[in-house]
Design a protein around this ligand. Structure first.
Ligand SMILES: Cc1cc2nc3c(=O)[nH]c(=O)nc-3n(C[C@H](O)[C@H](O)[C@H](O)COP(=O)(O)O)c2cc1C
Length: 131
């Protein structure tokens, strides 16, 4: 799972797909953080992406870096603990001018039942499960 986190950090940007009914929605994301052995992302309750994840936690992310791409499919589950939110904000000081742990908007989700697949044109897919 550390390898997944490192790939996402190195790529800088990944794309997060959620479901809205039967319509996939995708957007760029950047937050990726390990807390208590789980892989977390951050968003705001005011966003559509948040509503979609609460309605249906099934999600997939994709990132590309140096000829290799990573997909992580699983469920994104909110962790409503203040310490989980604060840990994310500590890891991303740049978020702190827009978000705080007690603002009622900031939220963090971790991957559950996740399958990560590293792929490229030059090697067979490598699959890691976590969460
Ligand atoms: C490079 C980049 C990284 C981003 N990272 C995040 C992020 O980690 N969390 C977040 O909530 N929004 C992030 N955003 C903003 C979302 O892409 C944007 O708010 C998007 O509209 C949210 O999806 P929604 O409109 O379906 O809710 C990022 C945008 C860019 C361009």
């Amino acid at each position: 799972m550390e390898r997944v986190w490192k790939f996402l950090k190195d790529a800088g940007i990944y794309y997060l797909a959620t479901m809205e009914g039967d319509q996939p929605r995708v957007r760029p994301f950047g937050t990726a953080h390990v807390f208590e052995g789980r892989l977390y992302i951050q968003t705001g309750k005011s966003k559509n992406v948040s509503r979609q994840l609460h309605d249906n936690p099934r999600a997939e992310i994709c990132a590309f870096q140096d000829g290799e791409w990573l997909r992580v499919a699983g469920e994104l589950v909110e962790d409503d603990r203040r310490e989980a939110r604060q840990s994310m904000l500590d890891a991303y000081p740049s978020l702190q001018d827009r978000y705080s742990a007690d603002d009622g908007n900031t939220e963090v989700f971790y991957f559950r039942n996740a399958t990560a697949t590293f792929a490229s044109f030059t090697h067979e897919p490598e699959v890691i499960t976590f969460g």
